[in-house]
Design a protein around this ligand. Structure first.
Ligand code: SF4
Length: 158
């Protein structure tokens, strides 16, 4: 009898702590950006960090399945080596931290120099499979409208 009460008490307190733990999780439905299949998935986050990826069972393209890349390759998001500020190469060949304005100015000048020397088809854009669809849409607009060329692809194929 005493043992049953103790077991029930233990079970209910562990269920309570499990419930509290789950309350800190957040899921966000999104689309895997790695390839053109477009599998639907739920990103599980805690304290604004991705801790798991769950396949969406109602995803029309994947119906509850993900390949190994879509399922597990998310650790780069919070990796310490990830570039979080611009770097500009100096005359000595060394990369140094720069402001966004300085970096964008340098990049724009580089694009202009190449286009003036070799024409608009000298530009070729490679969009990233690790960015949201909206960012890839902007990338193709940037290449097509900004440079006047259709030389745009993504890293899954390039
Ligand atoms: S989970 Fe795999 S197959 Fe599905 S979109 Fe991502 S990379 Fe492509």
């Amino acid at each position: 009898m005493t043992k049953d009460i103790l077991m029930n008490k233990t079970a209910s307190s562990s269920a309570f702590s499990e419930q509290r733990r789950i309350q800190h999780f957040k899921t966000t439905r999104t689309i895997c950006g790695y390839c053109g299949v477009g599998c639907a998935l739920d990103l599980v986050t805690r304290d604004n960090r991705i801790i798991a990826v769950h396949p969406a069972f109602d995803g029309p393209a994947n119906e509850g399945a993900l390949c190994v890349k879509g399922q597990f390759a998310y650790d780069y998001v919070h990796h310490a080596d990830r570039l979080t500020y611009p770097l500009v190469r100096g005359a000595d060949g060394q990369l140094r931290r720069a402001t966004w304005d300085a970096a964008l100015e340098r990049a724009a000048q580089g694009f202009l120099d190449v286009m003036q020397k070799h024409g608009r088809h000298a530009a070729y854009g490679v969009a990233s499979g690790r960015t949201p669809s909206e960012a890839n849409y902007m990338m193709q607009k940037f290449i097509r409208v900004g440079f006047g060329t259709n030389y745009i692809d993504n890293c899954s194929r390039a």
